[in-house]
Design a protein around this ligand. Sequence first.
Ligand SMILES: C[S@@+](CC[C@H](N)C(=O)[O-])C[C@H]1O[C@@H](n2cnc3c(N)ncnc32)[C@H](O)[C@@H]1O
Length: 321
Amino acid sequence: MTDTPNSEPGTPNIEHVPVLLSEAVDLLSPKPGGVYVDGTLGAGGHAAEILTRSAPDGVLIGLDQDAEAVERSRAVLAPFGARVVIRQANFRDLPTVLTELGCGPVNGVLLDLGVSWFHLRSPQRGFSFMLEGPLDMRMDRGRPRNAADLVNGLPREELARIIREYGEERKAGAIARAIEQARAREPITTTAQLARIVSSVFPPYSSRRIHPATLTFQALRIAVNDEMAALRDALVHTIPLLQPGGRMAIISFHSLEDRIVKQSFVAAARGCTCPPKLPVCGCGTKPVLNILTKRPITAGREELARNPASRSAKLRAAEKL
Ligand SMILES: C[S@@+](CC[C@H](N)C(=O)[O-])C[C@H]1O[C@@H](n2cnc3c(N)ncnc32)[C@H](O)[C@@H]1O
């Protein structure tokens, strides 16, 4: 889910609404007796649908790096009993999890990237610029560095790079300078403090559609959780773990993420890695995937109206040959 729908304080505490639910699960095509992986359990919405469609005996292995998500999805998925196995783990470690479970190649893998509503609605998790809390942003609270460590400790140039690259924020340089000046006075420890510093770089009555801190918070979250590297690792490790005919569906919310997914799928579908000038293939690398979505699937008008968080979602899927 996207990281931008920071809720206004006081809005009702609705649960996470799964994005592109039927589209993603249709592409995964769960069948009775199959073994499926949901690498991003969140609140368990997609997982429940996969289990329902693979009844009576399909199995779901569910992972989330966040302990709170694991707890929530355990409760949501309890009615499916022994058909669900849940582990707190990063999806980049899927091969280890499957080995520990004694599980061979699987029939499908779903990744629905980003954070959940409960992350954005919990002030103490530090993801939201709308709710005052410690500047944390770690999904896995075992990670060594949180957002405050990055904001207070990284050189200005590195902060600017993160904000530019992961936030696609045009004012990244000015924001990094403002952070550098502010932290020289006192450490930046709360979400509200950082939101004020970032906002000071923008004109007070800017016509921006989104809060001025949106992209900076997104960038820091991606850096804190090493999200791009985790996705790259997951793609490399997961394709070999699919059975022939097994499917992989990935929902991303950021152009960098979508590019990583698209390029990995294209490379695996092409196989040969020889330079295009070579008249015949010398590497012998065979294609391993068939791409099922020539273009990414996005939310339709009805879903966009119902769930604004779906606006930047892109779904791509592929099948193991
Ligand atoms: C958008 S939510 C998933 C929502 C879920 N599909 C649902 O229907 O409720 C993304 C979840 O993935 C988890 N997550 C993000 N990156 C992860 C990673 N590298 N490994 C494991 N879990 C991850 C987050 O903690 C969050 O709970």
